[in-house]
Write a protein that binds this ligand. Structure first.
Ligand code: LLP
Length: 421
């Protein structure tokens, strides 16, 4: 069931008309559906019922504390990649013992904060990082629980820029060095080996690469146990793809993914950890925008809208497709017109789509970009001094702003002219 759908000729988010949100909050803004977030989380978590599993939502996909709080209530943990994300997760009420800390470049300060909070596990990505963690833990007189993120050299992921599990990627411990890394970790006083971690990429539309990675890690776990390591957890990262409305990929539904993981890990005797991001948040949000101008080019029509690449970077960065719809449902006899949909930023890359067939639109009309709940607001910037757009959370007939639009004064307050000028 879609929670962004038409009722009486206009699009609603659950029971709230998007037009009402635009009139109250202004555009552009992100609008999220609580019901969709909850449904996605439950569908995912339910597919692992009956096994020992932690669903650690990947905070980077959509890190608003309002969203994190709603997932916390359902029992979610968090996968964080910075001290800032850790602070978000804890502020939103996610217990520290459900937090896993990933990322190739954790600083000593971030490690200290995470050890003070007593997080569940550090996913360590290199030996130099391991030694820093050991010395921070020694200073604090604690043991740091770790898994190594290993790089299984598996090809996966929807775009070159989001593939992470190949040997040329910067992520994880090289497969051939994994056993040596565990041996080195075992010799360190303030490190406790707990598990193994992988994450092979994002927007993956096929179970095969997951199967390959899980089987390889299964063999590694057996070897590590033979070498005397007490491996209790297996974190398989995130990466399950979602439909974006262009029918280019049909990702496997979460229950098929769940059944596959259960089948392959049944004899491993490990607690499973999952780090889904996009699967939970992607289709739980839209970007709501207004047409500023319709411009007639020589051979095309441009819809110049008030959202731009700084608000939703995915099309510019990955040539990503987002379904676009007008908020007002077109009449039955409409004819599509081909538009290039572009933002106001001074770069040709500020193009959401080219030659998209849409019902005729005019200045002032509202439109939505679908599937913008993941890597939308969390990847936005203030380029061109465009204040970050607000985020609005809907639940039934209620809605509330969960991130305010800063004023330009707010932005300028963080900057100073040097005294010596
Ligand atoms: N775990 C780790 C260690 C990750 O690096 C990521 C995503 C995830 C989990 C969550 O992956 P997901 O389930 O969302 O695929 N900005 C890009 C995606 C970058 C993904 C980065 N890592 C995009 O907009 O497509």
């Amino acid at each position: 069931m879609r929670h962004f759908d038409f009722k009486d000729g206009e699009m609603f988010a659950e029971d709230v008309a998007l037009r009402e949100i635009a009139e109250t909050i202004g555009t552009p803004c992100y609008v999220y559906s609580t019901a969709t977030f909850e449904r996605h989380y439950k569908v995912f978590a339910d597919s692992f019922k009956g096994i020992d599993a932690l669903v650690a939502y990947s905070v980077k996909a959509n890190s608003n504390i309002g969203i994190l709080a709603s997932l916390a209530k359902l029992g979610a943990g968090a996968d964080v990649v910075s001290g800032g994300e850790l602070q978000r997760a804890l502020t939103a009420g996610i217990p520290a013992d459900k937090v896993v800390f990933s990322g190739v470049g954790k600083t000593a300060d971030e490690m200290r904060i995470a050890l003070t909070a007593s997080i569940r596990i550090f996913n360590v990505e290199s030996l130099p990082e391991l030694y820093v963690l050991n010395s921070v833990a020694a200073e604090m007189d604690v043991k740091a629980p770790i898994a190594f993120r290993v790089n299984p050299d598996v090809t996966a992921g929807g775009h070159e820029k989001i593939s992470t599990g190949k040997k040329e990627n910067k992520f994880g411990i090289a497969w051939s060095q994994a056993e040596r890394a565990y041996a080195e970790a075992a010799a360190l006083e303030n490190i406790e080996i707990v598990g193994v971690d992988v994450h092979i990429g994002s927007q993956i539309d096929d179970l095969a690469p997951f199967e390959k990675a899980i089987s390889k890690v299964g063999e590694l776990i057996s070897r590590l146990r033979t070498n005397g390591h007490n491996i209790r957890s297996f974190d398989i990262g995130g990466g399950l793809g979602i439909p974006y409305g262009d029918n280019s990929i049909t990702p496997p539904p979460p229950d098929q993914y769940g059944a596959m993981v259960k089948r392959l890990t049944a004899d491993m005797d490990v607690e499973m950890i999952f780090e889904p991001g996009r699967m939970i948040s992607g289709n739980a949000g839209i970007l709501l925008s207004k047409v500023l101008y319709v411009k007639e080019g020589e051979d095309r029509k441009f819809l110049i809208i008030d959202a731009a690449m700084n608000d939703l970077l995915r099309p510019a960065l990955y040539d990503a497709y987002h379904e676009i719809e007008a908020v007002k449902a077109p009449g039955s006899d409409y004819e599509d017109i081909s538009y290039d949909v572009v933002g106001p930023i001074c770069e040709s890359g500020d193009t959401f789509t080219k030659s998209r067939e849409l019902p005729e639109m005019k200045a002032g009309d509202l439109l939505v970009m679908h599937s913008a709940g993941a890597y939308g607001a969390s990847q936005s910037s203030q380029y061109n001094t465009r204040p970050l757009v607000p985020e609005v959370l809907v639940k039934g007939s209620q809605f509330e702003v969960i991130r305010k639009r800063p004023t330009v004064e707010d932005i300028l307050k963080t900057e100073t002219v040097p005294s010596w000028l």
